[in-house]
Write a protein that binds this ligand. Structure first.
Ligand code: ATP
Length: 381
């Protein structure tokens, strides 16, 4: 079974040396910035993911680190050394691609041994390293097979072994599980996580699968349009998004915009244009002014619903059910509040018989589950 984010949370100490550093990095294609002033620190032994929508610049960052593309501006350091004049083949890095890129005319053993033989290592050394790598990815019994006689998951294991056999300091993984079906993908996620932890090699993985990033990573960088929006642990990214883009991109959320009417220690009160007064967690390290417009984000699973009016002083509103979607373990409710706002709610399937559409209903949420964040992207009124 795939590990959850909570199980996976390790804390890589802050004083851990950095394996990869990007400093104000730019990369342009046809005068358009694919990477726009990116700063990034990846610590030694970390499982670091870069997550973002298609075309946001994830692969370009990986290719810059690998040395397949040149920086247009900024600095790239690997283990403290500038990589400006270091070609790809001399960097202490290997890459695993979604497409595996195995040699079809070589069997599993020879695919893995290929790079080591090029380095003219002794037969003893090659045999030892290939044998260890095969055991690591559990492909020992298939060492004589050719790639065309392997499943997608098995081919991906060989690609992983072929990269790891070179003992890179940093392994780059570009959508490594993208070609696998869901079940195999889950299995391989677990394997990937175990291999990374056992070896302690720094992994930098590019993915657009947020579940994969949340469950595997020590830290995640969320990218949008060539820029980093936020870097944090999976729970920081999910529970404390710093921008509306991150709140919206990672999981589902309800976004409302409104004016700050009260600023207090730790909390703010916001009045939406449609007249809701909502108490929310104050954003950290952000100067605030009264009447400033902010966004509020509250996750669907943090909103409670009830047929009866709860006795709560704030963040409790009346509405009616617009839609009820049965999802098996959970039920998705769409509620229209009396002032016209629609709220998306996800609750465990514990209601017994589901309420009908148009049923009057009350919704509420804790102020601790509602975040005030800087304003961009789509919002409700
Ligand atoms: P995806 O998830 O779809 O792979 P991505 O986030 O990895 O996307 P990149 O492949 O890094 O995105 O591309 C970032 C931007 O740079 C895109 O607009 C893309 O079209 C452009 N781009 C990337 N490589 C090149 C290239 N060799 N020539 C021209 N434009 C490029």
């Amino acid at each position: 079974m795939a590990q959850t984010a909570m199980q996976n949370q390790r804390s890589i100490p802050n004083f851990q040396p950095l394996d990869v550093e990007l400093r104000n990095v730019f990369k342009f294609f046809n005068q358009e910035p694919a990477v726009h002033g990116v700063d990034l620190d990846v610590k030694q032994g970390e499982f670091f993911s870069i997550l973002g929508p298609s075309g946001c610049g994830k692969t370009t960052i990986l290719r810059l680190i690998a040395g397949f593309e040149r920086l247009d501006a900024g600095k790239l350091l690997i283990q403290g050394q500038s990589m400006t004049d270091v070609p790809a083949y001399k960097r202490p890095i290997n890459t695993v691609f979604q497409s595996y890129a195995l040699f079809n005319h070589l069997n599993v053993w020879d695919n893995i041994a290929f790079g080591l033989r090029l380095q003219k290592l002794s037969k003893l050394e090659v045999d030892g390293r290939v044998g260890d790598a095969l055991k690591l990815v559990k492909m020992d019994s298939l060492r004589s097979r050719f790639p065309s006689h392997l499943s997608g998951g098995q081919q991906q294991r060989v690609a992983l072994a072929r990269a790891l056999v070179n003992r890179p300091a940093v392994l780059l993984l570009d959508e490594p599980l993208g070609a696998l079906d869901l079940k195999l993908r889950k299995e391989m996620q677990c394997e990937l996580s175990n291999i990374q932890k056992n070896l302690g090699v720094t992994f930098i993985m590019v993915t657009h699968d947020q579940q994969e990033a949340l469950s595997l990573s020590d830290r995640i960088a969320v990218m949008n349009q060539g820029k980093i929006e936020q870097v944090g642990t999976p729970s920081e990214i999910y529970e404390r998004p710093q921008t509306s883009f991150v709140a919206d991109f990672i999981g589902d959320t309800n976004l409302f915009s409104g004016e700050l009417t009260t600023i207090d220690i730790g909390y703010v009160k916001v009045l939406t244009k449609s007249g809701l007064s909502i108490i929310a967690v104050r954003p950290e390290d952000t100067p605030l002014e009264l009447l400033q417009v902010v966004n509020l984000s509250v996750r669907p699973e943090k909103i409670q619903i009830s047929l009866y009016q709860p006795n709560l002083p704030h963040n409790c509103f009346e509405g009616r059910l617009i839609n009820v979607m049965y999802l098996g373990t959970h039920v998705n409710y769409l509620v229209e509040l009396t002032n016209g706002i629609s709220v998306n709610i996800l609750q465990p399937n514990t209601f017994g018989s589901l309420p009908d559409r148009n049923t009057p209903i009350y919704v509420w949420w804790s102020e601790n589950d509602c975040l005030a964040i800087s304003q961009t992207s789509r919002v409700n009124q």
